[in-house]
Design a protein around this ligand. Structure first.
Ligand code: NAG
Ligand code: NAG
Length: 454
C-alpha cells in the first residue's frame, strides 16, 4: 500500500486539472450548477472517489464485476484494478447483453444514441426520401434501416406540394417499422398542419386537392377524418427529447414532477441533457414553457379537439372567409397559435445574435434542455446554428418549391466511463447535406464525477 503522502500529491494535481478542465469545457458548467462552489463539490467528490479507488484497488483485483447493466450497451474494456462506481440506475431500455460477463470489462455501461432531425418537407416525397436516405434513416426503397435511434420531423409536411397523402402514410409506416426495430419516430405539427385543421387553405395546391378526390373529401380528412386522427394520435406541438434514456422517454417533463419516475435523474447533473423541438420556436415571452413540454402539448390537444369538433366544419378559405379559431377558444389556446407561440415564432432566426443569447439561455434553463431545434424559417443554403449551437434552425427549403439544399441534422450523444471512476459525456451535432460537405456545428464534451451519475 502506498504511503498517504505519495497518494495525496498526485491527487491534488489531478483535482486541480479536473477543475480546470470542467471550467474551460466548451459547454460551460451545467446550467443548474452555474457556480464555482458547485464545481468544487464535484471536484471534491471525484477526489474522494479517486482516492478510494486507488487505495482499494489491490483488494478488488479479483472481485467479480458488478451487476449486469440494464442497457443495450457495448462494454468498454479497462483495467480491472479500478472498478469504479457500479451503474445501478434504472434504465428503461431493453437489456440486450448476452449474459457472458467479461471479467476484464468495466462493468459500467457505455451509452450511445444517434438522432436525426429533418425540417419542413412541404409535399415533396422525392426530396424527403433523398434526405432520409442520405442521413441513413431509410434505405433506397424507403424502409427503416435501423441505423438511427430516433428520427424527429419538425412539422410542415403538408401544403405547397402534391405528396401529402404519401408522405403522411410513409411516416406511419416508418413509425411502425422503427418501433419494431427498437427505434423511435417523433412527429411534430407545424403551422401548416394547423392551418389545414382551421380551414386556412391559402397554401394548398389545386393538384393536391385532386389527390384527395376533391375539396370536401380533403376537408373531411384534415378535420374529422383519417389525417386529423393521425395528427391527434401521433403528433405533438412540442417535444423534449432526453439524450440519455436514464432521463426518461421522449416528452419526459421538466421540471420533473416530484414523485415522478425520472425525477431524480432530471434533477441531477444531467438535468439539461436534452433537446427541444418545436416547429417555430420557444419564445422567451411565451407563458406556457413549464412544465415542458406537457403544458404546451395539453393546450395543443385541447385546441385540436375543439377545432375537430366544429359542426358543421366551416368551408375552407379561400374562396370562403377565413374561419379563425372556434368560439370558446381560451386565451392560452389562441396564444399557442399566436405569433410568439411555438408554431409561428421567428425570433431565434431573425433576432440580433448579440442580444438574444442570454434569452436563449433562459428558455433552455426553463425547459430543461441544452439546445433547441426548429424549422419554419427557411435558409436555402444551410442549417443555421446560433449562440454557439444552442439554437439550431433546420428548415433549408427541402421541397423543390423552394429549391433549397437537402439537409438533415445529426446528433450523436455518448456517455462513457473513464478510468478512475468518472464519465465523459459527448455531443456531436452536424448538418448533413446531400450535395455539399457535411458541417460540424457542435462538438461538446464534459467530464462528470463517478457519483454524478448515480
Ligand atoms: C399512431 O401510431 C401507432 C404506432 O405506429 C399506430 O399503430 C397507429 O395506427 C397510429 N394512429 C393513427 C391514428 O394514425
Ligand atoms: C396534461 O394532461 C395530462 C393528462 O390529462 C395531465 O395528467 C397533466 O397534469 C397535464 N399537465 C399540465 C401541465 O397541464
Amino acid at each position: 500500500m502506498p504511503r498517504p503522502s505519495l497518494v495525496v500529491l498526485p491527487l491534488l494535481i489531478l483535482s486541480l486539472a479536473y477543475f480546470a478542465q470542467s471550467y474551460i469545457s466548451p459547454l460551460g458548467p451545467a446550467p443548474h450548477l452555474g457556480s464555482g462552489v458547485a464545481l468544487y463539490g464535484i471536484t471534491f467528490s471525484s477526489l474522494i472517489g479517486y482516492a478510494q479507488a486507488t487505495l482499494m484497488a489491490p483488494f478488488h483485483a479479483n472481485a467479480q464485476p458488478g451487476p449486469e447493466p440494464q442497457a443495450p450497451l457495448t462494454q468498454l474494456h479497462s483495467s480491472p484494478e479500478l472498478p469504479g462506481a457500479e451503474f445501478e440506475s434504472e434504465y428503461p431500455c431493453e437489456d440486450t447483453t448476452d449474459g457472458n460477463v467479461d471479467a476484464d470489462a468495466d462493468p459500467r455501461p457505455r451509452f450511445k444514441r444517434r438522432i436525426i432531425a429533418v425540417g419542413d418537407i412541404h409535399g415533396d416525397l422525392v426530396n424527403a426520401h433523398r434526405v432520409l436516405q442520405m442521413a441513413n434513416v431509410v434505405d433506397e426503397d424507403g424502409f427503416w434501416t435501423g441505423n438511427v435511434d430516433v428520427l424527429v420531423q419538425t412539422g410542415d409536411i403538408i401544403d405547397r406540394g402534391d405528396d401529402t397523402i404519401d408522405l403522411f402514410e410513409w411516416m406511419e409506416e416508418l413509425r411502425e417499422k422503427a418501433h419494431a426495430m427498437g427505434g423511435t419516430v417523433i412527429s411534430l405539427l407545424g403551422n401548416h398542419e394547423w392551418m389545414n385543421v382551421i380551414g386556412d387553405w391559402r397554401y394548398v395546391y389545386p393538384s393536391e386537392i385532386d389527390t384527395f378526390e376533391g375539396p370536401s373529401k380533403r376537408q373531411e380528412a384534415v378535420t374529422t377524418g383519417w389525417l386529423a386522427n393521425n395528427w391527434a394520435a401521433n403528433y405533438t406541438t412540442a417535444v423534449r427529447l432526453p439524450l440519455h434514456s436514464m432521463l426518461g422517454p421522449p416528452n419526459t417533463d421538466y421540471p420533473p414532477p416530484e414523485d415522478g419516475k425520472y425525477a431524480h435523474a432530471n434533477a441531477g447533473p444531467l438535468s439539461h441533457a436534452a433537446f427541444s423541438f418545436v416547429h417555430g420556436g420557444l419564445a422567451p415571452s411565451y407563458p406556457n414553457l413549464q412544465p415542458f413540454p406537457s403544458a404546451i402539448n395539453n393546450i395543443s390537444a385541447s385546441l385540436l379537439h375543439k377545432l375537430r369538433s366544429r359542426k358543421p366544419q366551416p368551408p375552407p378559405h379561400p374562396p370562403h372567409a377565413y374561419p379563425g379559431l372556434p368560439v370558446g377558444t381560451t386565451r392560452e389556446e389562441s396564444r399557442l397559435y399566436g405569433s410568439d407561440g411555438p408554431l409561428w415564432y421567428r425570433g431565434w432566426a431573425e433576432g440580433d445574435e448579440a442580444k438574444m443569447c442570454a434569452q436563449v439561455d433562459q428558455v433552455l434553463q426553463k425547459t430543461g434542455t441544452r439546445r433547441m431545434v426548429m424549422g419554419h424559417t427557411p435558409n436555402m443554403r444551410s442549417v443555421v446554428a446560433r449562440c454557439g449551437g444552442k439554437v439550431l434552425i433546420i428548415d433549408t427549403g427541402i421541397s423543390h418549391t423552394y429549391g433549397g439544399v437537402l439537409s438533415a441534422l445529426s446528433i450523436d450523444y455518448s456517455l462513457e466511463p473513464v478510468k478512475g471512476g468518472g464519465w465523459k459525456e459527448q455531443e456531436v451535432v452536424k448538418a448533413l447535406y446531400a450535395e455539399q460537405d457535411d458541417e460540424l456545428l457542435v462538438h461538446a464534451t464534459r467530464d462528470l464525477a463517478a457519483d454524478a451519475i448515480l
